[in-house]
Design a protein around this ligand. Structure first.
Ligand code: M6R
Length: 609
């Protein structure tokens, strides 16, 4: 998980590298470090904790020079200490790495037998020593890195410098992301596009098993077995300011507020209202395939998994196809019965989540058709799939997913209508109605965002809670579980999301005056039932906050407080009920003073199993 960045060109690079790391800090913030060649030797500065500690260390020990690499770490092997921080060095070699070297124990034993002394507990240091050993044979850095990686099993994106060849950085990728940025007389590399977006919009994501040499003159790209690769960079349309806070206190708050625009961008060009249809050419699903589908299988993790719970609801409701959803990590832990005739939809905002990628590969090997839903273009998951559906949320920097979640919900709507129309389970008139209501959703979301002051007031007492229960039924169940995840990950308050009908089977024992209950209960066919469940909680002194439909007169008698959302098509209510819960969690965390954008122990892109 970790972020890496590199620069070669005419400019002093320490500030460029730190700037890039600042945008990568969401990937991990246990330590950070830079290596910069100053014309004679490579200087290294590393610091434990947040990037600011590295900035302070660089004031004491500046690193002049125009060739450098940087790293921000999410610790896997070895505690978050300075010796375990990257870059790792061996002789003239300096290296940064994102990923996990699976055979590190065996490699370490061999190197130790050869007399190598280790100064860290990391798997990464081993790669630095391997390259150093290979570089001694006199080959250029590219050859040394290629041979060294030939001994390595596992996931890696690496950037490597050699003080004896100070005009180049060698980069390589296997299962961890790495993008190359093309400037004018300068070149960049980074784990993610926003890190280098202020410097160039011309980017080339590396593919699995590629290795390249960056010099001021450009990129020479090869496969690990030495074949020359000729691929051209693409122009990224995101603006650099989309990856900045834009006046908001936190990225998360900015991203919550961007949701109406993100949904509009995700719908744009894909909806044909007159035909009552969804136009999408990249799905890789023709009418025949849609008709003959035996089952839809969703795989995802975390918040993306919650989006797929809504996907399952829509598949059954609209496309009338048997559907199930699986946590990717559990899917790979079993022997899932999946194969020809099944559509497996792998959902991931980052497109890099290793559990989801591994599950996708299992399903693909068994013969299923794979569709990726991702936010990052050309990331690993869409590349491994037969077809891709991109959400257009723009860069999401806050570790807690918000706009990526609701754009995933939008993808679920579009996919269900697409399949429903081709399978003949959705009439044109109802499709037109759903799609018309759907294009109006961004404005309804704007109305909800305007409730922020009310929601802030309701969040204040919740900040004192030790625990909270989120309830939902039917289409609102995914929103309840997502609401609970949001609260726990950024405010560190324990929260459970439950299907309201399950309360009586156990969780109701938890209810007392100290247990806030947040009930997602829009005006739909589940309303009467969840209203009864909520009454049961209230009768046991639970303090109830309802997210309910405006003008619903009953709520006053059912809940202590309510957040009223506009009335929308009942199948689309998650778009308006998700937002109050995101804002509630945000304000609770802000009251508590936690690190909203970079909550403890988490990282934005989870590339470990
Ligand atoms: O990039 P992905 O969508 O595959 O990530 C999956 C989860 O790691 C992610 O949703 C995680 O749960 C977030 N912290 C949620 O806010």
């Amino acid at each position: 998980m970790c972020g890496i960045v590199g620069y070669v060109g005419p400019q002093a690079c320490a500030d460029i590298l730190v700037d890039g790391l600042r945008r990568l800090e969401y990937r991990g913030y246990d330590s950070a470090g830079l290596a910069v060649f100053d014309g004679k030797r490579t200087g290294v500065v590393r610091a434990v904790g947040k990037l600011q500690n590295l900035v302070n260390a660089l004031k004491e020990k500046p690193l002049p020079g125009s060739l450098g690499i940087g790293h921000t770490r999410w610790a896997t092997h070895g505690r978050p200490t300075e010796v375990n921080a990257h870059p790792h060095c061996s002789g003239e070699i300096a290296l940064v790495h994102n990923g996990i070297i699976e055979n590190h124990i065996e490699l370490k034993r061999h190197l130790a037998e050869e007399g190598v002394k280790f100064s860290s507990d990391t798997d990464t240091e081993i790669v630095a020593h391997l390259i150093h050993r290979e570089a001694k044979t006199g080959d250029d850095l590219l050859g040394a890195v290629r041979r060294a990686l030939g001994h390595v099993h596992g996931a890696y994106a690496v950037a490597v410098m050699d003080a004896r060849q100070p005009d180049r950085i060698v980069v390589a990728k296997n299962a961890s992301p790495l993008v190359i940025g093309f400037g004018e007389g300068e070149m960049f590399c980074a784990s993610d596009i926003p890190a280098i977006l202020p410097y160039t919009k011309r980017m080339l994501p590396l593919e699995e098993g590629e290795i390249g040499v960056l010099t001021e003159n450009g990129l020479e790209l090869y496969t690990l077995d030495g074949k020359r690769v000729d691929r051209q960079p693409k122009t990224i349309t995101w603006s650099a300011s989309q990856a900045e806070k834009g006046g908001f206190k936190h990225f998360m708050l900015k991203e919550i507020n961007e949701q109406p625009r993100a949904i509009e961008d995700t719908i744009r060009g894909r909806v044909d209202l007159a035909a009552g249809d969804v136009i999408e050419s990249e799905l890789g699903i023709d009418a025949e395939t849609a008709k003959s589908l035996k089952r839809v299988y969703f795989i995802a993790c975390g918040t993306s998994h919650h989006a797929t719970l809504y996907g399952r609801f829509l598949m059954e409701h609209i496309a009338k196809v048997p559907s199930q959803t699986e946590l990717a990590s559990e899917f790979i832990g079993r022997d899932p019965v999946v194969g020809e005739g099944d559509l497996v939809v792998a959902v991931s905002q980052s497109g890099e989540t290793l559990d989801t990628l591994a599950a996708l590969k299992v399903a693909k090997e068994k013969g299923a058709r794979i569709l990726a839903v991702a936010n990052v273009i050309d990331s690993a998951i869409p590349r491994a799939a037969h077809g891709a559906f991109y959400t257009h949320a723009g860069p999401e920097i806050g570790v807690a997913s918000t706009k990526c979640f609701t754009t995933q919900l939008a993808a679920m709507v579009l996919l269900a209508v697409f399949l429903g129309r081709r399978r003949g389970t959705l009439e044109k008139e109802r499709a037109q109605e759903i799609l018309q209501n759907f294009v109006e959703i961004p404005n309804q979301m704007r109305t909800v965002l305007a409730l922020d002051d009310i929601i802030r007031d309701l969040a204040r007492p919740l900040a004192q809670a030790k625990s909270a229960l989120f309830l939902g039924r039917g289409v609102s169940y995914p929103i309840a579980v997502e609401g609970a995840l949001k609260l726990k990950e950024i405010s560190y308050i324990h929260a459970e999301g439950y299907a309201a009908g399950e309360m009586k089977h156990g969780p109701i024992a938890l209810i007392d005056a100290d247990m806030p209950v947040i009930a997602v209960m829009p005006d739909d066919k589940a309303y009467e039932k969840i209203a009864s469940n909520v009454q049961e909680a209230k009768a046991r002194e639970g303090h109830v906050l309802a997210v309910a439909t405006r003008h619903n007169a009953d709520i006053g008698g059912i809940a202590h407080n309510a957040i009223y959302v506009p009335k929308v098509d009942p199948v689309l209510s998650p778009f308006v009920t998700a937002l109050p819960l995101q804002l509630l969690s945000y304000f609770v965390a802000d009251f508590k003073g936690t690190d909203v954008d970079q909550p403890r122990n988490l990282a934005k892109t989870v590339t470990v199993e």
